[in-house]
Design a protein around this ligand. Structure first.
Ligand code: UD1
Ligand code: CA
Length: 451
């Protein structure tokens, strides 16, 4: 037995089964990350592991996602959708070099773990030409069935081609396979397309390996880990499984969640110590929550960083680019976007703060708005340290409010306010003595009595 070190991974991410969507299947998100990102995150990487990804034509967004995640990957285009074996052969150039192992991975199995890939590779060590990953499915509809005879895997039959007896088999093909890299091309090139869909099925590699007199191996794993996502319903199931994993991990990390089943997390959410998340909070990708922060109910947070002991919500919406300093407070019905709120800033009620920088300890009164958009472009609002923005003010950007400046309630601020200045912009108030009584009399005169 010789050591197997070099590895080629072929990730089939082209046009497989469709999900009735204009978005390529592998870009559909699970817990805020594309399925592709999940699979790549679990796939072996590092020295000796070359990654080849097969994508469909016109799949620029998929190519961009691969570049973002793994700039070292080589991308191959499968021009026609002719099946999983055809997809793998699109990466022939990557396979022909003959690394020790060839791992074939599908882009639509987002729940798979790194350990499973390792187990599969380990199964090649005793000389098998092919190791297949199997799982028991309560409902095996749609999956390829593993035909095992006398303890040995003889073939895999796709659901569409299976006999009623074969359809009763619950041991299914997960899709992931490990080939002996030196024999892989020879095997996969023999695969034909004589089946009901006239597709080149990678699963036929099993029967070919047997015909060539070589060994196959089967590794079993849980169905929860390898369910392939072909439909929106399966996508929703995968989300539930992933959310359950993330909630458990957050609880284990010390996050307080009294109703974890109502809280949605992203795969990359990070938490400090003593974080509390109240029920019904949705956290999207790119969120970090520091020590002691509290996220109150019904808040929605994406691509934001929340400082120590900060408080968010209830009913707050933090959009991308929100940076909350330590002890900052975002209250109910407040929306922020591309906004830095330094330590101790308070925006307690009914505000929109966008494209803004707010200095430490500034207080933004209820209903105040940064008017960042003039219908053509976005403009910035800068507010100094220790300033006070009175209730219901409109700050028409671009505008700067100085340190310790004070803006009177209801002002529409269109010019910069210097440090320590008091800015008030509002119409003169007139009081008419007895005017209310005269008004009521006028409205009721000659009108029929109520009731
Ligand atoms: C496949 C397996 C099936 C297994 C199931 C597990 C085959 C023939 N069938 O079926 O045995 O139980 O996965 O989830 O392998 N793809 C391409 N180009 C193609 C076709 C597919 O790149 O021409 C990619 C897809 O993006 C997808 C993966 O290959 O990520 C699997 O394709 P899909 O159509 O989903 O295969 P299934 O019918 O689910
Ligand atoms: Ca699939």
């Amino acid at each position: 037995m010789t050591a197997r070190t070099s590895l080629t991974i072929v990730l089939a991410a082209g046009e497989g089964t469709r999900m009735r969507s204009s978005i390529p299947k592998v870009l559909h998100p699970v817990a805020g990350q594309s399925m592709l990102a999940h699979v790549l995150g679990a796939s072996p990487s590092g020295a000796g592991a070359a990654l080849a990804v097969v994508i469909g034509p016109d799949h620029q967004p998929v190519a961009a996602e691969i570049r973002r995640l793994r700039p070292d990957a080589t991308t191959f285009i499968q021009r026609e959708r002719l099946g999983t074996a055809h997809a793998v052969l699109a990466a022939r150039e990557a396979i022909i070099g003959g690394a020790d192992d060839l791992l074939v991975v599908f882009g639509d199995t987002p729940l798979i773990s790194a350990a499973t890939f390792e187990r599969l590779r380990a199964a090649l060590k005793n000389g098998a030409a092919l190791a297949v990953l199997g799982f028991r499915a309560a409902d095996p509809t749609g999956y390829g069935r593993l035909l095992v005879e006398g303890g040995e895997l003889r073939a895999i039959r796709e659901h569409a081609d299976a006999s009623p007896a074969e359809r009763a088999i619950t041991l299914c093909n997960a899709g992931v396979m490990a080939f002996d890299g030196h024999r892989a091309l020879q095997i996969i090139e023999k695969i034909g397309n004589s089946n009901s869909k006239a597709e080149y099925y990678l699963v036929d590699a099993v029967a070919i390996v047997r015909e060539l007199g070589w060994e196959t191996a089967v590794i079993e794993t849980s169905g929860e880990e390898v369910r392939g996502i072909n439909t929106k319903a399966q996508l929703a199931e995968a989300e539930q499984i992933m959310q359950a994993r993330l909630r458990t991990a957050a609880l284990e990390a010390g996050v307080t969640m009294i109703a974890p089943e109502t809280i949605y997390l992203a795969a990359d959410t990070t938490f400090g110590n003593d974080v509390t998340i109240e029920p019904f909070v949705v956290i999207g990708p790119g969120v970090s929550i520091s020590d002691g922060a509290v996220i109150h109910s019904f808040s929605h947070i994406v691509q934001s960083s929340i400082g120590r002991n900060a408080s968010v919500g209830p009913y707050a919406r933090l959009r991308p680019g929100t940076l909350l300093g330590d002890g900052a407070k975002i209250g109910n019905f407040v929306e922020t976007k591309a906004a830095v709120l330094e330590a101790g800033v308070k925006v307690n009620h009914l505000s929109y703060i966008g494209d803004a920088h707010i200095g430490a300890n500034t207080n933004i009164g209820a209903g105040s708005i940064t008017c960042n958009y003039d219908g053509f472009s976005k403009h910035r609002t800068t507010i100094g340290v220790g300033a006070f923005i009175g209730t219901n003010s409109s700050l028409v950007a671009p505008v700067k409010i100085g340190n310790a400046a004070y803006v009177g309630s209801g002002s529409v601020i269109t010019r910069d306010v210097p440090d320590n200045a008091l800015a008030v912009e509002r119409g003169q108030q007139t009081n008419r003595e007895g005017g209310a009584a005269r008004y009521r009399e006028m409205k009721t005169r000659g009108e029929p009595k109520q009731g």
